[in-house]
Design a protein around this ligand. Sequence first.
Ligand code: MSP
Length: 650
Amino acid sequence: MSSYYVTTPIYYVNDKPHIGHAYTTVLADVLTRFHALFGEDSYMLTGTDEHGQKVQKAAQARNMPPREHCDETVVRFQELWKKLGIRNNDFIRTTEERHTKVVRKILQDLYDRGLIYKAEYTGHYCVPCERYFTGKDLLEGGLCPDCKRPTAQLMESNYFFKMGQYQEWLIDYIQSHPGFIQPEYRANETLGFLRKELGDLCISRPKSRLSWGIELPFDSEYVCYVWFDALINYISAIGYGSDDAKFGKWWPNAHHLIGKDILTTHTVYWPTMLKAIGVSMPKSVFAHGWWRSGEEKMSKSLGNVVNPMDMIGIFGVDAFRYCLMSEMVLGQDASFTEESFIKRYNSDLANDLGNMLSRAVKLTIKCFDSKIPAPGEYGEVDKELMNLALSAAAPLRESVENMRLDRGVEQVLNVVRAANRYMEKTAPWTLAKQGDMTRLGTVLYTASETLRIVSGLLLPVMPEKMEKLRITLGMSPADAARAEYTRLSSWGLLVPGSSVNDIDALFPRVLPKENAASVPAPSAKAEEKKEAKTETVAVQGGKTVTIDEFFRTQLKTAKVLEAEKVEGADKLLKLKIDAGGETRTLVAGVAKYYTPEQMIGRVIVIVANLKPAKIRGIESQGMLLAAKTGDQLRLVTVDGGDFPDGASVG
Ligand code: MSP
């Protein structure tokens, strides 16, 4: 069995985790689960970077020993990962002995072999980046080339790693290993950096200036530079120097995920360090882009940093994972807005996937005593959907392997959309009404089997929700949680006769914040008008609404159970309707066009979230839709007539 080892950057414990941290960690988890699904032995590592000036400063600000500060803040990361359903195999803290031991061993080895030397040094130091720069690296005004903040000139004795001697080797390695740095344009960025002469790397900090670090084994006056220490986590955690079998198993297939800002450390410092200690290169270093807050950079000073816990509160864990994966094209920056996530959630999850599930399950419950029906003979339309579902796994795998998760997820959603169209074409609700149980069985089986496949393909992204979905389809909990690649390109694995379960909406629609109860109550005048005129929803020329604005209006199907004239108002009918398990009263101005008898039994479309209003002393809980021209009025209904009550329209 081939292996797959993926790492996240280890996060500084000087702050709270934000959406950028959550993104890389979810990405690593999703990749690990996908590779396991493809039959690979997969291993994920994450952790925290606990030494250095940033952490020391954060601890000082809290008036706390750094160790205590780390012990406290690390929990925020660990808890968030648990909450986000991250199944990391290990969590490394750079203050653990298993790590510090390896760092000291490597330092001693390089020192003994003359690859680390001491020298007097004058340089420009950037405190936030904790890096030295030479004069020629600096931006105008002596600013740091990375964070663009002022640097300080420092002169001190320090230890240096002979990084410069590997320059030609590194250029050659990058050029001859196209997948090593990804995306390709990031490899060009590193090669650009390597066009300038590569200096040696200062790997120490005098304790007089910074004491919070790993002491150099050959000079107790110094601690190790935080980046030199941190990068080693990728090998110390998997048994470098202590467990050869474990190290030999994972390292040959190591993949580092990083943000674009830490490219140089991972594609220049790290490869040269590995080269110096005689360890092969990781398979790939993939640099993703940054999440912006709308169009702005996300930063504490701008106060626009997105807290993952808030997003979990709005969307739930799995849907948040889904939005993270589908909203960022890997490698590029992405803009985060709550609206764009809500839009993605409502259209892909609440509408497409959630709706499809509820259509299939509700009819199975109603018409087949909650048991998956056996399919009869498949017709063309069934085979078309079947083939689409069966051929979804391969392109998804290709997209994952090419680090195009957004595209992979979209491909699966396209199958879901096709399945919804299939339901409309085959109209199982009509088959149910006609009593054509054989054909109905085939349609519902085809729909449910398609859902089994797509939910299996989406398990790595939404493990909990997809497991729930699969249990709803009558799969055993063990089967529901386990997806095997071959089972996702095989048909007929749902067992007829197994019991489906009724569930609440898997993805209840999320309303934008400002929407809740924002529909104004009608004035008395408006009420009068309503009597005379049944309202229609129309988009005026030139005045457009966004999809989000549109979906603030909840449209639903409902069946008219009872209808009667409203006393003293010749235009109004009082209707009792079933809006999907709930009975409501509606007052509608349709009496001139429909008799009460004509209304009873009809499936109409209503605005379900309209604020109730009293009309002629009767509380009207919603509004029906109708089209009007001149003196004609027709109800808006659903094609095919018989359709489940309470289905969403949009
Ligand atoms: N401790 C180092 C990494 C050492 S790895 C051997 C570090 N830590 S960090 O906590 O500052 O940043 C961790 C990661 O978060 C980096 O990959 C960085 O790119 C990423 N992000 C920080 N802000 C981000 C966004 N707004 N969006 C996406 N990722 C961002 O650097």
